[in-house]
Write a protein that binds this ligand. Structure first.
Ligand SMILES: Cc1cc2nc3c(=O)[nH]c(=O)nc-3n(C[C@H](O)[C@H](O)[C@H](O)COP(=O)(O)OP(=O)(O)OC[C@H]3O[C@@H](n4cnc5c(N)ncnc54)[C@H](O)[C@@H]3O)c2cc1C
Ligand SMILES: *[C@@H]1O[C@H](CO)[C@@H](O)[C@H](O)[C@H]1NC(C)=O
Ligand SMILES: *[C@@H]1O[C@H](CO)[C@@H](O)[C@H](O)[C@H]1NC(C)=O
Ligand SMILES: *[C@@H]1O[C@H](CO)[C@@H](O)[C@H](O)[C@H]1NC(C)=O
Length: 524
């Protein structure tokens, strides 16, 4: 049986190469599920890249399962075959660095599990949870839960991502400070492991698999169902942005708001907290692509930056949910809250929108960018967790330093979260400090600027390393075993042990190039 050959593409060297299906075991095409395999150019190319638009890697086949059973069957086949076939699940393909790629192997098109089916999202109103297929998009979870006046506790900013895809990385947004990431909000999972076995797991049942899979980057199994708790959802929200001209007051206010004591009236008041760095160009872009700031607001903000000779401003963003009957009370409470904060006087901007409009806000931006042809472009995104103790150094060295001279295209997010809302047993990695910041440098590139941006990202990581800033990458991307070992730190041995247990042939999600010995044996 031919051994899979390795083809690696570094981000900037894009090669198109068609691999013949000779590299696939021919028995594959004589099995029950064979009609769901495709090897035509269009199918292969449809999964060759991802949202990052930085890498291209062509699999040998794409599998379109119609049930979890189909997935179990292909993995069992691979596991028992003399030359195991690599298999990568692909959710909505919104990774940046080829995480779903599977050179020479099989990509599973997860979304076909939910095609033409209505039984992949089951809301249990009585039990206050939803059972949802791993291939489902969060927007569909929102719509299903909302019909019963319910919602999940922890969302992502953008909802056109699959449940399995975000649970494999963590799932963060402005609710994380209070409710933890999405992986802290899961009751139970169905997982198909690297041996093809279907396992139901939770904190009390097959606990090690449950913990491994959550934030596990697709390395231990494929999530086919997640049970997620639901809570009452408000009808509407007050959505507020507050401007700051300096990082110290900005972060002080953010940190104050995420550390509210249980006994304070403020406890539970905010439903969301984030923050952004607004660079001059970003301001103009954000006015174009978002409906938040009016043209007049934008002009006032631009004048503020001119007055302070700033190239950048920060804004703190909070949201308070409410139902119509308590609207006046909420306004009064919001005023109390604003009195307590140190934003630039007169620079508070508020909107009232429905809960759904707020949660789906990024999609609005997407539609506008798509119309302008600015959505399918390279996205050299960098997401980091930076310990609170070093956020000012990070600001000085990276935001004002490495990025400072550039007019960024796309948002730069900065918001704090509490470590105690994360579960240290799970695979996701965070800094070892009680409060840390999520930093999302979410830039779009034109082809001619791409190289420079990629280089800046490299410089940012180097800066952090040299300065001894104990960051973690969110949605980590490494190309060496040393990189991965450092990322997982003291959890590395456990990670390898669980990989041996649940994917003993190292079949799953090789696109991340996590070189445990299994991958080395099969890949090199
Ligand atoms: C516009 C945009 C906005 C974003 N906003 C946020 C945000 O607010 N918060 C946040 O946390 N992240 C955000 N992300 C990042 C996003 O959560 C991750 O990239 C996520 O992995 C993408 O989900 P996906 O369904 O597209 O997964 P894919 O990119 O298809 O897959 C991601 C990884 O998960 C694995 N995987 C996919 N499905 C499964 C499954 N069912 N079981 C096991 N493993 C699986 C894949 O093999 C791969 O390693 C955003 C990304 C984009 C492009
Ligand atoms: C980037 O996107 C363009 C436009 O969709 C596409 O033609 C190109 O193949 C993509 N390149 C990569 C590496 O994804
Ligand atoms: C939803 O319920 C139906 C009927 O009980 C069941 O067949 C299906 O598997 C459930 N879906 C999920 C995602 O749990
Ligand atoms: C915007 O500003 C102009 C000039 O100051 C003013 O005339 C106009 O009424 C403002 N528009 C809104 C919607 O506030």
């Amino acid at each position: 049986m031919p051994r899979p050959i390795t083809i690696s593409f570094t981000s900037l060297f894009i090669t198109t190469l068609f691999i013949s299906t000779f590299s696939l075991p021919q028995e594959l095409f004589a099995l029950d599920f064979s009609s769901k395999l495709r090897t035509d150019k269009q199918s292969l190319m449809s999964v060759a890249s991802d949202f990052g638009n930085l890498t291209e890697s062509i699999p040998a086949t794409v599998f379109y399962p119609s049930s979890p059973h189909d997935i179990a069957a292909v993995i069992s086949f691979s596991y028992t075959n003399s030359a195991p076939l690599f298999i990568s699940p692909r959710g909505h393909g919104h990774s940046i660095n080829g995480q779903t790629s599977c050179p020479d192997g099989m990509v599973i098109h997860m979304e076909s599990l939910g095609q033409d089916r209505t039984d992949r999202i089951n809301v249990s109103v009585a039990n206050r949870y939803v059972d949802v297929g791993g291939e489902q998009l969060w927007i569909d979870v929102l719509n299903a839960a909302r019909r019963h006046g319910l919602g999940v506790n922890s969302w992502t900013d953008y909802l056109y991502l699959t449940v399995g895809g975000t649970l494999s990385v963590g799932g963060i947004s402005g609710q994380t400070f209070q409710h933890g990431p999405q992986i802290s909000n899961v009751l139970e999972l169905d997982v198909i492991t690297g041996t093809g076995e279907q396992v139901t797991c939770s904190k009390t049942r097959n606990r090690d698999l449950f913990n491994a899979v959550l934030g596990g980057l697709g390395q231990f199994g494929i999530i086919t169902r997640a049970r997620i708790p639901l809570s009452p959802a408000p009808e509407k929200v007050k959505w507020v942005r507050l401007m700051y001209t300096d990082i110290v007051t900005f972060t002080r206010d953010q940190e104050r708001l995420i550390s509210v004591d249980e006994n304070e009236w403020l406890s539970g008041f905010l439903n969301y907290l984030e923050g952004s760095l607004l660079l001059e160009q970003g301001l103009i872009d954000s006015w174009r692509s978002s409906s938040f700031f009016s043209k007049n607001d934008t002009e006032r903000i631009v004048q503020l930056t001119a007055k302070h000779r700033l190239t950048a401003l920060y804004y703190l963003e909070v949201v308070v949910g409410y139902d119509e009957d308590i609207a006046t009370e909420v306004d009064q409470e919001l005023d109390l809250l604003l009195d307590d904060l140190s934003f630039v006087p007169g620079f508070a901007f508020a909107q009232e929108v429905t809960y759904v409009e707020f949660l789906d806000r990024v999609h609005d931006g997407e539609v506008k960018l798509q119309e302008a042809g600015q959505w399918q472009v390279p996205h050299p995104w960098l997401n980091l967790f930076v310990p609170k103790s070093r956020i000012l150094d990070f600001d000085a060295g990276v935001l004002k330093g490495i990025l400072g001279k550039d007019k960024a295209m796309g948002p730069i997010l900065i918001y704090p979260m509490n470590k105690n809302k994360w579960d240290s047993e799970m695979s996701a990695m965070i800094p070892d400090e009680e409060v840390f910041y999520a930093i999302g440098i979410l830039r779009s590139a034109t082809r001619d600027k791409l190289e420079k941006m990629v280089d800046q990202n490299k410089k940012i990581l180097e800066f952090c390393t040299i300065e001894g800033i104990a960051f973690k990458q969110y949605m980590p991307h490494y190309r060496t075993k040393e990189g991965w070992m450092k990322h997982f730190g003291s959890k590395w041995d456990k990670f390898v042990e669980l990989k041996m247990k649940y994917d003993p042939k190292g079949i799953l999600a090789p696109g991340l190039k996590i070189y445990t010995s299994l991958l080395e044996d099969n890949y090199i």
